[in-house]
Write a protein that binds this ligand. Structure first.
Ligand SMILES: [Zn+2]
Ligand SMILES: [Zn+2]
Length: 267
């Protein structure tokens, strides 16, 4: 059995409005044998300077190049979840959200409707030059990528006040890494960031498969739970890479929880 997909987007996320489909994602999840899917739609309350995203979402970008992401339509989202649960009774369909920089928006996030899963992310960093938040790889233009990644990991350690159960894609800046990435170059900083998250779940994001060394450090630093996330924005990508991700989690000592969508736990 494949692991549950705990991080998927649909037409209710601002960056999947045109390509996402909750219904098609559920159908695809059933077809490939996923036990559970969590629709963690984007809640990005921090306006940020966007790179390639700005091209695709120009209607959301202001005159200064800052992207303002709209919130999901929570009512339509809830209705769609109900319809999918009725149509796909063999699939556990969980509600959720992916919150960018949850530690910066504690009060606003506390007022949102409750969901089954809250994935916390760090999608942007403060850019002194531009006096704005920016996608991490935009900062590579002015500073060496390793320095930016160290800043990113330091910011992860400041996310304690944020209300989220799972930390997503710890290697987010590596998605646009110049050259070969070796986690051992950042062992101390990665271990420190992992230690700051041990009360939460660490996500094995498969968009850029989480490096097995980081997973091993998670267990060594006291991490007890992992989740899996394809981060699919289109139905065809749900569960991508999950056979390998499940094998790697098993090898690191993690095993399925009680219910289909539960995090995997380490004995
Ligand atoms: Zn994300
Ligand atoms: Zn995502």
């Amino acid at each position: 059995m494949l692991p549950p997909d705990g991080h998927v987007h649909s037409e209710f996320s601002w960056d999947a409005r045109r390509v996402g489909s909750m219904r098609a994602t559920c159908a695809r999840a059933v077809a490939i044998g996923l036990p559970s899917v969590a629709f963690t739609e984007h809640v990005d309350l921090t306006p940020f300077r966007a790179g390639f995203l700005a091209g695709s979402f120009g209607d959301l970008v202001d005159a200064d190049g800052i992207l303002h992401a709209p919130l999901p339509d929570f009512d339509a989202y809830a209705e769609s979840l109900d319809r999918c649960r009725a149509e796909f009774p063999g699939l556990e369909v969980l509600s959720g959200r992916e919150v960018g920089q949850p530690h910066l928006h504690v009060a606003e996030l506390a007022a949102l409707p409750p969901v089954d899963r809250v994935v916390g992310s760090l999608h942007c960093l403060w850019d002194e030059e531009a006096s704005a938040y920016a996608e991490p790889w935009l900062l590579f233009e002015d500073r060496p990528a390793p320095d930016v990644f160290r800043d990113y990991l330091a910011e992860v350690c400041r996310m304690g006040p944020g209300d989220f159960d799972t930390f997503a894609h710890l290697d987010y800046p590596v998605r646009s890494w110049p050259g070969e990435f070796d986690p051992r170059d950042f062992e101390e900083e990665l271990r420190t960031a992992l230690r700051s998250l041990t009360d939460r779940c660490l996500e094995i994001n498969t968009r850029l498969p989480l490096h097995p060394t980081i997973l091993r450090w998670w267990a060594e630093e006291g991490g007890r739970r992992v989740t899996f996330g394809s981060d699919a924005h289109e139905a065809r990508f749900v569960g991508t890479g999950f056979a390998q991700a499940g094998e790697r989690a098993s090898a690191a000592g993690f095993a399925p929880g009680r219910r289909p969508g539960d995090p995997w736990v380490r004995a």
